[in-house]
Design a protein around this ligand. Structure first.
Ligand SMILES: Cc1cc2nc3c(=O)[nH]c(=O)nc-3n(C[C@H](O)[C@H](O)[C@H](O)COP(=O)(O)OP(=O)(O)OC[C@H]3O[C@@H](n4cnc5c(N)ncnc54)[C@H](O)[C@@H]3O)c2cc1C
Length: 381
């Protein structure tokens, strides 16, 4: 018994290394929710789980769920803890965490009419991509948290990635899941109800994801537009012409500056950039005062991959824009996972605050929405 929990009942099912208690529980007290990253020690301690269960098989995961159900124990499924909404945080005293890290099954069905990989829920995206890459295949979902998030977490949060312009979100790629349920069974199911369910409908043990042949080459483009209207017009044309590129991103003046996209030349050192960023994030008043000085120019980066049927695809002419060459897009590509969970934590520790907000609007209204949102948050200290 630990903290009143009959964990001994689980030893046979979970095996060596399958149950953790005591020191180390604080790591599971929060995920990457910005509010929680600012918690003090007492608050962190209050959210630490009583135990962490680490099943290595889907049967063991099901046994853990059945155990929790039998004893009325709150159980929180968890991947890599990169979620930004606090959904993987134990909110009740005595709760346990079900950590998917040891669920690492791997089967590539390359000969199927629609090739898929059957991957245990605990594969980190980057880890799985490297395994597939060795076999000549590739995933289609590349969240910025690629190295810090699991494929099970992608389903539970309905994740989108940097190539979603071309391939859609994970919902367009998933071809089924295996889920451990509270009754101790494991079932193959449609992923649909689990997309965005945040683990409330069972523990995802395995994910079937579409895979594509590893692209052999990439072509990079970058343009600077006089303002958002012309950038958006061009982007719309690029999406229609020959099908969408793998990556198409537009950056307003502030973000283009922060991402080092304004110049055709090589990037300044990462360490220097991080120091400037940390300073500005602590002094958001300065940043907001400086922002209007950066002008109205927007930067577009586009990446085309060699895969059929878009082999000969290229962006439409960017009339009225300055061609920045391939440098800024390559730079973007090299730094595409730069905002990691670890870096986020460092930013918070240095006194900065960062969060993400998503807004949706018809294309022609986006410049106004962008302006209005920036104006609304500008006074935020
Ligand atoms: C720097 C940074 C960049 C990010 N970039 C992106 C991005 O580009 N696109 C994007 O969509 N998101 C992004 N995110 C958010 C986050 O990475 C995603 O939501 C990711 O899918 C979460 O995966 P995870 O394994 O870390 O899940 P966790 O944070 O561990 O859990 C998230 C939710 O999923 C549930 N869950 C996890 N595993 C399972 C499972 N096996 N079965 C059932 N439920 C489960 C948890 O209970 C919780 O509700 C980013 C986060 C950070 C910190």
């Amino acid at each position: 018994m630990t903290a009143g929990l009959p964990l001994d009942e689980l030893y046979d099912d979970l095996g060596p290394g399958g149950i953790a208690t005591g020191a180390g529980m604080r790591v599971y007290a929060r995920d990457s929710w910005p509010q929680a990253l600012g918690w003090d020690d007492a608050r962190v301690a209050a959210h630490a789980p009583a135990a962490v269960l680490r099943p290595a098989t889907e049967e063991a995961a099901a046994a853990a769920l059945a155990w929790a159900s039998r004893h009325g124990v709150a159980l929180v499924p968890r991947g890599a803890g990169s979620g930004v909404l606090g959904a993987a945080i134990p909110s009740r005293a005595g709760a346990v965490v079900l950590d998917s890290a040891r669920l690492k099954g791997f089967e590539l069905r390359a000969d199927a009419e629609e090739p898929v990989v059957l991957a245990g829920a605990g594969w980190l995206g980057g880890e799985l991509e490297r395994r597939l890459d060795m076999l000549g295949w590739s995933l289609m979902n590349f969240p910025q948290s690629m190295e810090d998030s699991t494929v099970g977490g992608w389903i539970a949060t309905d994740a989108f990635g940097q190539l979603s312009t071309r391939y859609g979100g994970v919902r367009a790629q998933v071809r089924g899941v295996r889920v451990a349920d509270l009754d101790g069974t494991v079932r193959r199911e449609s992923a649909a109800p689990h997309l965005g369910a945040e683990g409330t409908l069972g523990a995802i043990a395995e994910v079937a994801l579409r895979v594509r042949r590893r692209p052999g080459s990439r072509r990079h483009y970058a343009y600077e537009f006089p303002g958002p209207e012309t950038a958006l017009e061009w982007a719309e044309e690029a999406m229609r012409k020959n099908g969408p590129p793998s990556v198409l991103r537009l950056y307003g003046p502030v973000d283009a500056f922060f991402n080092g996209l304004k110049r055709a030349g090589p990037s300044s050192s990462g360490a220097m950039r991080e120091r400037v960023e940390a300073l500005l994030l602590k002094r958001t008043g300065w940043l907001n005062a400086l922002a209007p000085l950066l002008g109205r120019k927007w930067v577009a980066v586009a990446v085309y991959e060699d895969e059929d049927p878009y082999r000969d695809a290229a962006p439409p002419p960017a009339r009225g824009a300055a061609d920045l060459g391939e440098g800024p897009s390559r730079r973007w590509w090299d730094r595409r996972y730069h905002l990691s969970k670890e870096r986020l934590e460092r930013t918070f520790a240095a006194g900065g605050f960062v969060d993400t907000a998503d807004f949706w609007a018809p294309l022609d209204l986006l410049p106004q929405v962008d302006e209005a949102v920036r104006a609304a948050i500008r006074p935020t200290p």
